[in-house]
Design a protein around this ligand. Structure first.
Ligand SMILES: [Zn+2]
Length: 342
């Protein structure tokens, strides 16, 4: 048996992007952004301590159990309890957005993938908002979601983008679904971990908006940043789109651009683009065929899975769902071939 490093904390904003933004800032602003980077590195070092959540009680499918806490700009988690499942909306928008986004994501997993919450056993979904001061990130820490407010200059907050919320919750789903405790957050398995979160982040957003694969924008993180930073974090349709952000999107879309030793948010562009291509080939809504295939593939992976393993697992899942030699299996195989993985 291998001993695997737990997978998270997993962030939405890559540290490489925050570093570039810090470098172009000046004086106190630069200092503050660099301190936030150190804070993220510190949290990553703490991951062994956060560990896996205790298995939840088995709760009946369809019963949501959400709680939202206010960290009051501190870093102690979870903070003060401010909203529970049965409580009415409060005056704090971030609290309500975190609550509603968790609910939509829960509903997607329940209704479309027949999964009962993050752990498949009805686990409560806990979120903390107002984490730290002007914190430019959101993350899943291994047991709960954590949202900064953004500094207002670069990022405007992280709770108002449904794909960001679904991205973070999916880190939890991956952790509980890939046999062996998730996908190690480093190298290709780390990029796959990030990609799975982008995939289901995008699909939940499309499902909520009832968009076809052709209508969807395939952007991740649109609406969390000021125009000074750009339009969105990443594009699954066009990884490496230089016009997306001021700092430039450094994602490759195929293995030709693979970055040796690259950040998990960089090489994730390759499996992201494979999903986009498969979804376009399969047509209709991404949640009809493409997402269930990718979801089933999670159980066929292992903590150190490579892109080639993901290609094999998704083709296998397509065969299990639609038959060997089916058009669906061929579409998935073709997508991975186009990005140069197989
Ligand atoms: Zn992530």
């Amino acid at each position: 048996m291998h001993i695997h490093t737990p997978a998270c904390p997993c962030f939405i904003i890559p540290s490489s992007m925050l570093r570039k933004l810090a470098i172009q800032a000046d004086g106190a602003e630069r200092q503050r952004l660099l301190e936030q980077l150190e804070r993220s590195a510190f949290l990553r070092g703490q991951r062994a301590a956060s560990g896996l959540a205790a298995p939840g009680l088995l709760v009946a499918p369809g019963v949501r159990h959400r709680t939202v806490y206010d960290a009051h700009h501190g870093t102690r988690l979870p903070g003060k309890l401010v909203r529970t499942e049965t409580a009415a909306p409060v005056t704090d928008t971030a609290v309500n957005e975190a609550f509603d986004g968790a609910g939509t994501t829960y509903d997607f997993y329940q209704q479309i993938l027949k999964r009962n919450s993050i752990d498949g056993r009805g686990m409560g979904i806990d979120s903390s908002v107002h984490y730290s001061k002007r914190f430019n990130n959101a993350f899943w820490n291994g047991r709960q979601m954590v949202y900064g407010d953004g500094d207002g200059k670069l990022f405007t907050g992280f709770t108002h983008a449904l794909d960001v919320i679904a991205h973070e919750l999916t880190h939890g789903v991956t952790q509980y679904t890939v046999p062996g405790g998730g996908l190690v957050y480093d190298g290709q398995s780390g990029a796959l971990n990030e990609s799975m979160s982008d995939v289901f982040g995008a699909v939940v957003k499309q499902w909520h908006a009832k968009q076809t694969v052709r209508k969807a924008d395939w952007l991740i993180g649109a609406g969390i940043m000021t125009p000074a930073v750009g339009k969105a974090l990443r594009s699954m349709a066009d990884p490496g789109n230089a016009k997306l952000t001021w700092s430039g999107d450094d994602q490759p879309g195929t293995m030709r651009g693979y970055v040796e030793g690259g950040d998990v948010h960089t090489n994730s562009g390759i499996p992201n683009h494979a999903f986009y291509l498969a979804a376009m080939k399969l047509g209709g809504h991404s949640w009809d065929k493409a997402a269930p295939i990718w979801y089933q593939a999670l159980s066929l992976l292992h903590p150190d899975a490579t892109f080639a393993d993901a290609a094999q697992a998704t083709v296998k899942a397509a065969e299990l769902r639609h038959g060997a030699g089916s058009g669906e299996a061929a579409a998935v195989q073709g997508a991975w071939h186009e990005v140069g993985v197989v």
